[in-house]
Design a binder for this molecule. Structure first.
Ligand code: AMP
Length: 306
């Protein structure tokens, strides 16, 4: 089954304490789509300007990513610039230029409207609503978000959370959204808004998955020595998770066991992504490398019953 992904497609300038690279392929939908494409076909919805390099289009086209929903319009592509502090975790946005995003109305091609799995990757909640309005009875809808939207579009975001099956956000955002410092309480407060599941990412400390029926799973992060660029880790996690759900689900409802597996795959894919800038590492991963890390993660987190 396929996944529809809407989100940003960007040109990023990234600075870390040791390296600085301008003009990189970035954006929540770019990372999400390439990650998901390892597991299932993707229908991509997004917008870029005429300055968007052809090689990036070819990268997406070369995978199982349908580009009928990608608008290429006069003007400049969305640009974002970020800087990581010494811990490689704290990030400051240096600049944002919406450019073609300013007048973006995502219109779904007819062939996308029955896509069973939907990933509303990080963009303005109003645009996420707009996409959801156009799809017919999706099987499972996942939304990702960021602190910016909690700050400037909270009402729209709260309404969106009530319309989706699963919300993905990081620990700081969960606290900010709910006003709860404790993540278990924050997860309960989010589930009370309507979704069946919430995944709270904790960066290098892994991810917590909560279900509305009281289910809980804690997935460690894959321990890495060399992190070059954390950008897109969250988007890669969400895309990998959505792709695995689409690949593995049968006709029944998406259950907690399937989500646990999907979280593990998302975690492993994100671990590859941070090993290089932009999508340079993510785009070269192969199935054997993914499987090897899944097995290592399983081995390092399993323990015997007492
Ligand atoms: P992440 O590291 O997972 O939070 O995602 C980083 C990506 O998000 C970068 O490639 C940026 O281009 C993109 N991004 C940054 N700010 C925004 C925004 N306001 N809306 C959509 N995408 C954004």
């Amino acid at each position: 089954m396929s996944v529809l992904i809407v989100g940003s497609i960007a040109l990023d300038d990234i600075k870390t304490p040791v390296e600085e690279h301008p003009n990189l392929l970035g954006g929540s939908a770019s990372y999400g789509a390439v990650a998901a494409s390892y597991f299932s076909p993707v229908n991509l919805v997004g917008i870029v300007g005429e300055d968007f390099p052809k090689e990036h289009i070819e990268l997406l086209r070369g995978r199982r990513i349908d580009l009928e929903g990608l608008q290429i319009v006069p003007g400049k592509t969305f640009r974002w610039s970020g800087e990581y502090l010494w811990d490689m975790n704290t990030r400051e946005t240096r600049s944002v230029a919406l450019n073609v995003f300013e007048h973006f109305t995502p219109t779904l091609p007819a062939s996308y409207k029955a896509t069973p799995f939907i990933l509303l990757a990080n963009i303005a909640p109003d645009l996420q609503h707009h996409v959801l309005d156009q799809v017919a009875k999706p099987r499972f809808v996942i939304a990702d978000t960021m602190d910016l939207w909690i700050n400037i579009a909270k009402d729209s975001l709260l309404r969106l959370i009530g319309r989706v099956d699963m919300l993905i956000l990081n620990d700081g955002e969960a606290r900010q959204l709910t006003g709860e410092t404790n993540l278990v309480k924050a997860a309960k407060a989010i589930l009370a808004l309507g979704p069946k599941y919430v995944a709270i990412k904790k960066g290098e400390h892994g991810c917590l998955l909560f279900g509305a029926q009281g289910d809980f799973f804690s997935c460690p992060a894959f321990p890495l020595e060399d992190i070059h660029d954390p950008t897109g880790a969250g988007d890669t996690f969400a895309g990998g998770l959505a792709g695995v759900l689409a690949r593995e689900s049968d006709d029944g409802p998406v259950g907690f066991e399937a989500l646990r597996r999907a979280v593990v795959f998302g975690t492993v894919l994100a671990s590859f992504n941070v090993e290089a800038f932009s999508l340079e590492r993510l785009k070269t991963v192969d199935a054997a490398q993914i499987e090897e890390r899944i097995l290592l993660l399983q081995r390092m987190s399993r323990f015997e019953a007492i």
